[in-house]
Ligand binder design. Structure first.
Ligand code: XIL
Length: 376
């Protein structure tokens, strides 16, 4: 303890002080590496995951690979296992990079997640096309779905821990989205997808995944209806994933809390599957050839400290709620490794994750680890 009025004198030579300052500015990477690992701090049995891109699963982005290996015990494929990546043509599957993704996780003893089998997005048009140029009939579309699921899930049987079987089937008001899957097959396309996934790998966990479940109670009620219907049909469903594409002030802590409670009441577990916090104002992209409004991209020169601290508080608050529900939650996955990797940049400068563009831990990382260390 210092006496009142005493001055702490830094006796380090100037050069060492300068080196330390450079490290503080994150100019010397490895020395500033984080000393704690999320995977060591989360409650026992929890998965803490990250979505990885192909540069990472192919081990070209070595700095990210080191970070992923040190910090996480689960991976999701950001794009590689989507329909258009794995099954672009009717009679041709692509598995090279996908096999490397699965091996990446297995070699590191991680839980490997599959994302996603049935979705309206990133799915090639042939999947829904009929011979007359309109939609395929129910039997044709069901058979395409079955072959896709049997082939992809079957290939990784026993190696992929769990699958997002159906992604984003709901509108914000809780009704079923009018996707081509639904128009072609009918409302039971969801049940059929779960049935096919169960057949293809009876040991895999099966999930329903969607966004805005925390901010839209009606949508959450829709997800609960989906779960109950699957249960009534005797189909396997293990968890609901709230994607967790959140903003600084929304959802509120109370909304997150309520969401976990309500989803869990169905009997399935809850996962936060694509967590990130968007710091940019919502805006439409500029018209072709037009410059972007500066106000749409406010942090091109860096993130002001007050926003950095607000982000840290936001993450800390979320993790406090997750810990409160530690027995209801099985996994929290971030959608990207570092700010530079995030899908939320899209031509702007966003800062949604726990590591910055130099792969240095941000204040949000420190705060999340502090919260995790308070668990008993
Ligand atoms: C995003 C990827 O991150 C991007 O690289 C891609 O261009 C579009 O898809 N909900 C999902 C994810 O379920 O698959 C999406 O991933 C983000 C929104």
């Amino acid at each position: 303890m210092q006496h009142k009025g005493a001055r702490r004198i830094d006796r380090r030579p100037v050069t060492r002080a300068l080196t330390a300052a450079a490290c503080a500015l994150a100019l010397c990477g490895p020395a500033a590496q984080e000393t704690r690992a999320l995977k060591d701090l989360v409650p026992g049995g929890w998965l803490i995951g990250v979505a990885i891109n192909q540069n990472q699963s192919d081990e070209r982005d070595t700095a990210a690979v080191d970070l992923i290996t040190r910090q996480f015990n689960a991976i999701s494929p950001e794009n590689l296992l989507k329909f258009e990546s794995v099954h672009r043509q009717p009679d041709g599957f692509t598995f090279e990079a996908q096999d490397r993704y699965v091996a990446f996780g297995q070699q590191r003893g991680m839980a490997v997640i599959g994302h996603t089998l049935v979705w309206h997005s990133q799915t090639p048009a042939w999947v829904w096309a009929g011979s007359d140029g309109g939609l395929a009939d129910r039997a044709t579309m069901l058979e395409r779905m079955r072959v896709h699921i049997a082939t992809v899930v079957g290939r990784y049987k026993g190696r992929i821990r769990g699958w997002d079987v159906v992604n984003e089937a709901l509108n914000d008001d809780g009704t079923l989205r009018d996707s081509p899957w639904r128009r072609g097959i009918g409302d039971d396309y969801i049940a059929k997808a779960f049935e096919f996934a169960r057949e293809a790998d009876p040991g895999a966990e099966l999930y329903y995944n969607d966004f805005n479940l925390a901010t839209r109670p009606a949508k959450r009620a829709g997800a609960i209806r989906i779960v109950k219907e699957l249960q009534q049909r005797g189909l396997r469903i293990d968890a609901v994933g709230e994607q967790g594409h959140w903003r600084l002030n929304t959802p509120t802590v109370a909304e997150i809390d309520q969401t976990i409670t309500e989803l869990r009441a169905t009997g399935v577990k809850v996962m936060i599957t694509e967590l990130d916090v968007n710091l940019l104002p919502p805006t439409a992209p500029p018209a072709p050839g037009q410059p972007r409004e500066p106000a749409a991209n406010p942090y091109v020169d860096g993130l002001p400290d007050d926003v950095q601290q607000a982000l840290a508080r936001c993450y800390a608050n979320a993790f406090r709620v997750f810990l409160k529900h530690r027995d209801d939650i099985t996994r929290v996955t971030f959608w990207g490794v570092s700010d530079g990797d995030s899908w939320l940049n899209r031509g702007r400068m966003n800062y949604p994750l726990l590591w910055d563009r130099q792969r240095q831990p941000k204040a949000a990382f420190e705060e999340v680890t502090k919260v995790l260390m308070t668990k008993s």
